[in-house]
Design a protein. Structure first.
Length: 73
């Protein structure tokens, strides 16, 4: 039974310039109501929406961050 007292809380790790890491397995409900799932022990959820595999992170945020840093120097 979900959310029962015996369930262990999921750990979610938030990174400033990266994805949200969630201990899996997980189900994610998208804006259109569809559900995607992963049975991996940890998943990275995209927060920048640049990922070609959205909602899963494919590290597309790195290209933007590195370019931005070079321009700031």
């Amino acid at each position: 039974m979900p959310n029962s007292p015996s369930d262990r809380p999921r750990r979610i790790t938030v990174r400033r310039r990266g994805p949200i890491l969630v201990e899996g397995p997980v189900e994610v409900e998208l804006e259109d109501g569809t559900t995607v799932s992963s049975d991996r022990f940890r998943v990275a959820l995209c927060t920048c929406r640049r990922s070609r595999r959205y909602p899963w992170c494919d590290t597309s945020h790195r290209d933007r961050s590195e370019t931005g840093r070079r321009g700031e120097d």
